[in-house]
Design a protein around this ligand. Structure first.
Ligand code: ASP
Length: 335
C-alpha cells in the first residue's frame, strides 16, 4: 500500500516568489508547482497532503509558539500518516529540528525538515531534489526521530548546523555521521538511528525563557558580563575557547559566575569550535569553570546547546534536575 506523508509547509525560500521587495513566501504556489510536476505523482512516490500555514514565514521569524503549533499538528495527525515532512527556511531550521526532537515524546515515525537555497520557481533550484529525497526517505524508512534532509544527506536534526548561507551543501553534522545518503540509490544506516521511544506520545511545550549567550574573546570587558548577570536571566550559555577554556587572569569572572549560579542561574559551557567537545577537565583554564558549577554542553551544536537549555527551563524550575538532564543525551544530541 502507498505510504502517506503529511507536508507541513511553514515558509522559507523553497516556495518564495520574486516580488518588488525581494523574495517572499507566496501562498498556494508550492502546492501548485508540485501538482504540475509529474515526479511528485510518480508511482514510486508516496501519497502526500499539504498543510500550508498562514502566514507563511521567513524562518528568521520562527518562535517557540510556532514550534508548539508544529508539534501539536504532528501529534494530532500522527495516526493518519506514515511520516512528516516540514518545509522550512534554512536560517533557523536546525533550531526547529532541535526543539521538535526534545518536545515530542514517544515519536516513532520519521519527521524530516527540508527547504532550499533557491526557490522552486527557479530553473537551477535545489528545492525539487530536496523535496523528492525527503518524501522518498520519509516513506521508505521508519526512523523514529527528527532529521534534516539537505543536499542528498539525511542528518540527525539536533546534530545539524547551518554552515553556508548560499551553497547547496548548507548543513553539516560535525559530531555525528549522516543517517542516510541519497544518490543513484537510497542508502540508510539504521545502526545510527535513535532507539525507538517507548514513552507514550505527548508534547512538552516550549516557553520563551530569559536565556542569553556570552562569547569570550581576547580583550573583552567583564563589565558587560556583570551587566548581563544583573538582569533577571534564567540561563546563560558561555561560548568559550577550544575544549571549554577561558582566561583565568581576572578572578572577577569566577566571582560573577559563582554568584549567579548561587542564585539559581543555569550556566552552561559550549565551545566556539564546531567539532570536538567541551572537556573542562583538560586544562586549568577549563577546570576553573567546572569547579564553580558551570555545566557542559559537551559536543552539542550551538543550536542544540541553546534550545536544550530553553527546553529544560521551560518544563522545570528545579535547577538541580535541569543541570543533571543537560549533560545527558535526551534524543541523541550529544555523545
Ligand atoms: N531567509 C530564508 C529563511 O530562512 C532562507 C531560506 O529559506 O533558506 O526562511
Amino acid at each position: 500500500m502507498k505510504k502517506s506523508i503529511l507536508i507541513l509547509y511553514t515558509g522559507g525560500t523553497i516556495g518564495m516568489a520574486k516580488t518588488s521587495t525581494g523574495y517572499q513566501p507566496t501562498s498556494g504556489l508550492l502546492a501548485k508547482l508540485m501538482a504540475e510536476d509529474r515526479v511528485f505523482n510518480h508511482t514510486d512516490m508516496p501519497h502526500y497532503d499539504i498543510k500550508e500555514y498562514a502566514p507563511l514565514i521567513d524562518s528568521s521569524n520562527m518562535t517557540p509558539q510556532h514550534w508548539n503549533t508544529l508539534a501539536k499538528d504532528i501529534v494530532r495527525a500522527y495516526e493518519q500518516y506514515d511520516g512528516f515532512v516540514i518545509l522550512h527556511g534554512t536560517d533557523t531550521m536546525a533550531y526547529t529540528a532541535c526543539a521538535l526532537s526534545f518536545m515530542i515524546q514517544g515519536l516513532n515515525k520519521p519527521v524530516i525538515l527540508t527547504g532550499a537555497q533557491v526557490s522552486l520557481v527557479e530553473a537551477h533550484s535545489d528545492a525539487r531534489e530536496n523535496l523528492i529525497s525527503a518524501l522518498l526517505l520519509a516513506s521508505r524508512y521508519c526512523f523514529p526521530e527528527v532529521t534534516i534532509l539537505f543536499n542528498h544527506h539525511l542528518l540527525r536534526g539536533n546534530r545539524a548546523h547551518k554552515i553556508d548561507s548560499i551553497g547547496y551543501n548548507a548543513f553539516l553534522s560535525p559530531n555525528y555521521p549522516p543517517l542516510a545518503e541519497v544518490g543513484s540509490e537510497l542508502v540508510a544506516h539504521p545502526q545510527l538511528f535513535c532507539a525507538m521511544d517507548t514513552r507514550s506520545l505527548a508534547i512538552h511545550k516550549y516557553q520563551a525563557i530569559a536565556l542569553t549567550h556570552f562569547t569570550f574573546f581576547p580583550g573583552l570587558s567583564l563589565n558587560t558580563l556583570e551587566t548581563l548577570l544583573d538582569m533577571p536571566i534564567r540561563a546563560l550559555l558561555l561560548r568559550t575557547y577550544g575544549s571549554g577554556n577561558v582566561s583565568t587572569e581576572d578572578k572577577k569572572l569566577f566571582l560573577l559566575l559563582e554568584k549567579a549560579i548561587a542564585r539559581g542561574v543555569i550556566i552552561a559551557n559550549t565551545s566556539q569550535c564546531l567539532k570536538g567537545q567541551v572537556n573542562m577537565a583538560s586544562y586549568a583554564t577549563g577546570q576553573a569553570l567546572q569547579q564553580i558549577g558551570v555545566i557542559s554542553a559537551r559536543d552539542m551544536t550551538p543550536e542544540a546547546a541553546t534550545v536544550k537549555l530553553q527546553f529544560l527551563c521551560s518544563i522545570s524550575s528545579d535547577a538541580a534536575w535541569i543541570r543533571q538532564q543537560y549533560e545527558l543525551s535526551l534524543r541523541g544530541e550529544l555523545s
